[in-house]
Design a protein around this ligand. Structure first.
Ligand SMILES: Nc1ncnc2c1ncn2[C@@H]1O[C@H](COP(=O)(O)OP(=O)(O)O)[C@@H](O)[C@H]1O
Ligand SMILES: [Mg+2]
Length: 254
């Protein structure tokens, strides 16, 4: 397994927020992390890149427990796009994307052709190669999101964690970003709210509820009317899409 989470607990403010979670993502695969607001998705992603330390349990990248890894070694392989990523106002698009190269460079090593290649490829992948000189504070919400994703891609991660990356994006860019992530060789975990986009682009899904995994497996196994009612409190019916062959969730108002 490229990412393995084994019986992980994490608490804050006297509450158990990640309550015995186990998930596995095979190399190169994309896991969709679903669950209502407050179910623990962001907390779990922060634990996987060790922005927080587990209270108990083990998180491994490949065969290595991240608790035993140097911070720099984690940063060289794991890229994280946070839910509410912010940055200083007076920086350009290029400055932000170049930050993705930081873990790969020594304090004295000059900027290299490989760094340039990674930055340019990342800007192309999010469709912003012409915007390098634009100041951060002049970008729209969706453009900021794409620049943060480019920063993560410039890091050339083997594991990519994205927390609600499609927030603020128009539908064209939602589809582009998710199909890009699905195609990347990196192993990815994407926290998402849109069940249909999750079914379209993720190899497997894990649904969190109150800090626990309540369903995991293929989109077909996970997205059932019963689960959607129990976890999200919404009535739905499921159809197999004639177009892409995956589950399609229709919500009922009646
Ligand atoms: N540092 C913290 N201190 C106290 N409560 C926290 C902390 N971090 C997260 N929480 C709480 O943990 C729960 C899960 O949060 P989060 O992981 O952000 O959920 P999600 O991303 O699924 O919406 C929420 O109720 C949130 O308020
Ligand atoms: Mg969150």
């Amino acid at each position: 397994m490229s990412i393995s989470v084994r019986d992980v607990h994490w608490s804050a403010g006297g509450l158990m927020i990640v309550d015995g979670i186990s998930i596995d993502v095979a190399p190169g695969k994309t896991l969709g992390l679903l669950g209502p607001n407050g179910s623990g998705k962001s907390s779990l992603l922060r634990l996987i890149c060790r922005l927080r330390n587990v209270k108990s349990g083990v998180i491994a990248l490949g065969n290595t427990d991240i608790a035993a890894m140097a911070r720099l070694d984690i940063a060289r392989r794991v890229a994280f796009v946070e839910q509410q990523a912010t940055t200083e106002a007076q920086v350009t698009v290029l400055d932000v994307v170049r930050l993705g190269r930081t873990p790969h460079r020594g304090p004295l090593s000059p900027w290299s052709a490989a760094d340039d290649a990674a930055v340019n490829a990342a800007l192309r992948q999010v469709g912003m190669p012409e915007r390098t000189g634009q100041l951060w504070h002049t970008l729209s919400g969706g453009e900021r999101q794409r620049v943060h994703i480019a920063r993560a891609l410039a890091q050339t991660p083997s594991e990519l964690l994205l927390d609600e990356p499609t927030n603020h994006l128009d539908i064209q860019h939602q589809l582009e970003i998710l199909s890009l992530v699905a195609r990347l060789p990196a192993t990815s975990i994407i926290a998402l709210h849109d069940l249909n986009l999750a079914a379209m682009f993720c190899d497997t899904l894990a649904v969190l509820h109150q800090g626990k995994v309540v369903a995991a497996g293929t989109p077909e196994d996970v997205l059932t009317e019963e689960l959607i009612a129990n976890v999200f409190g919404v009535r739905a019916y499921i159809e197999r899409s004639a177009h892409h062959g995956r589950q399609h969730v229709h919500y009922r108002l009646d």
